[in-house]
Design a protein around this ligand. Structure first.
Ligand code: HEM
Length: 229
């Protein structure tokens, strides 16, 4: 076989899609998040609804940071394509919190230190670094569309919420009837993100940081809600 034939016969390997890179790079931390003691106890039915409420309160601070920036980023070439109205969770969290805590749910509500740090980082990215915002957006929304459904199912059973009703509305995406198709489209957006290889690596690193922030929130919740059984 001559050299020319070899060249023709072995096409260059296509680069790994960015959606695969970011998923694979955060895989280990995902396993850690899934198996964190707080999540395990919560989903294992070993904690009371007060722990679930405290967790939902933390989510409110995080989504307020993510979604408070939506409008400002809607036309951004990097982050704009990801900003989708049907993902918005703040109104759902507010209905869940009104159900869990009553209409005065917001009075005196303070984030845990880890939650405050997480929300501050999301806000900072939203202000100064759209690529970083994409990392936080991916980490939360693609997770909610995936494992979030498992959490909803367990919460309904453990604390008696109506199926897809008040208390678990955060996990119900009324505007996304086909989550699998939505996730496919989302991955296509990731693959087409307006970023060079170096910026993509920085986004992957920020995604790992996003998982770390979630881990820190779980740890602080775990300290406050040690398992009861
Ligand atoms: C007990 C808790 C959790 C469970 C049971 C869980 C479960 C899952 C499952 C089954 C998938 C795969 C879905 C698919 O292939 O389409 C997934 C994906 C994902 N999860 Fe989780 N998860 C949990 C916690 C978390 C946390 C805390 C985060 C981060 C905040 C997270 C972020 C993600 C992301 C970003 C994906 C999408 C990966 C990708 O396809 O690119 N998950 N999760």
């Amino acid at each position: 076989m001559d050299a020319h034939a070899v060249t023709v016969g072995t096409p260059p390997t296509p680069p790994t899609p960015f959606s695969t890179l970011i998923r694979v790079a955060s895989h280990e931390q995902h396993t850690q998040a899934e198996t964190s003691p707080f999540m395990g106890d919560l989903l294992g039915g070993r904690l009371g609804v007060d722990a679930y409420t405290r967790y939902t309160q933390q989510l409110w601070f995080v989504y307020r940071a993510l979604e408070g920036a939506s409008e400002a980023l809607a036309d951004d070439p990097v982050a704009g394509p990801f900003v989708r109205r049907e993902l918005a969770r703040t109104p759902e969290l507010e209905r869940d919190l009104a159900h869990l805590c009553g209409t005065g749910w917001r009075t005196g509500l303070e984030p845990l230190p880890a939650t405050a740090a997480y929300a501050a980082r999301v806000e900072e990215c939203a202000r100064v670094w759209p690529g970083g915002y994409v990392a936080h957006h991916y980490t939360r929304y693609l997770g909610d569309l995936s494992g979030g459904q498992i959490i909803r199912d367990r919460a309904e059973k453990a604390w008696g919420f109506a199926r897809k009703g008040d208390g678990v509305r955060f996990y119900v995406f009324e505007g996304i009837p086909n989550p699998a198709a939505f996730k496919r489209e989302y991955r296509e957006l990731l693959d087409a993100v307006a970023a060079d290889d170096l910026e993509k690596q920085r986004i992957v690193d920020e995604c790992k940081r996003a998982f770390d922030f979630n881990g820190a929130v779980f740890r602080e919740l775990g300290e406050r809600f040690p398992r009861s059984a």
